[in-house]
Design a protein around this ligand. Sequence first.
Ligand SMILES: [Fe+2]
Length: 329
Amino acid sequence: MLRTLRRNLVHRPINKLHRDYDAWLGIDNTIRLSKAINRLLHGGEQRRYDRAYREQFDALLAENGPLLDGAAPRNTMRDGWAIDRSGTLPGIAELLKDTAPLIETRGGLTEEEAQAEKKPFFYSLFEKDDLHRFPSFMDFVLSSEVIATVAHHMGTIPVLSRTRPPGVRFMESNEAYNPNPGGPPQQSQNFHLDIHDRPVVYVIVLLRDTTEESGPWHFLPASASERAAKALDYQKRGQPYRITDEQMYAVADPDDVIRFTGPAGSVLFIESGRCFHYGSRKAIIPRYQMMYGFTTVCRGDLTELVSQGQQHPSAASDATLRKMVLRHE
Ligand SMILES: [Fe+2]
């Protein structure tokens, strides 16, 4: 009885709100409404995270682990993004070592899997117990270097997403399984802004060398994206979520587009809700990435009300900052 009520009164409207956002309220209004509801539910927690960032962040970082260069993280996001191609961020070597054999054994799709995939050009290699089996998956993204870069951009302590996107993704892009090779870009192969929160930040790690032939992430910096969004009336009611190249380049300069190519171990930090982006186009040489998603406590969607999402392991002995990012205090 209670479960049916919950399904009809909570799950169905929320699922409809997010499924039909463009036609129903519009993306912008849906995000605003969701954030307002989440503020009612979690406003106190958000204020605590904001205060901890303002007043105790250095101490929290010190407990979590040292920064490479002392007081400030090596990377600062400017105009919505930063790229580190050094391959030397803490935990990167372990991540590459752990994922290399998994790519060999899990990469590619069977014919049956390719048919079942919604996006057969971009799919998950992640398995349920990976976070327990491979601590490197979490240790990199919860290092002080990564958290500090993201937190300084957000102005608060970030939260590793559990619902959409799952906080930790291990992904392959491969043109070999594209059901419509040479056809127009599909779904996330078109420009869009992510809608999970404002701000929402992705941290993406290249697990193998990635060139133009691997369908790299393409993105516009935040300032160019903001101008384009305004010109397109983007996220207003009735406006589409995906933007074709033709539509985008009518209002944006193709020379402003940045491509996330580089050697294995390169890292992109990006506010994906402010920087238009697409990826996985014509990945002739398959692309392998870890993709991490951070939001604030009060997300811009209501997915936490309908799903528990990905479970992130933690231990009682974990540093306070790590527990806060995982909301495991
Ligand atoms: Fe996206």
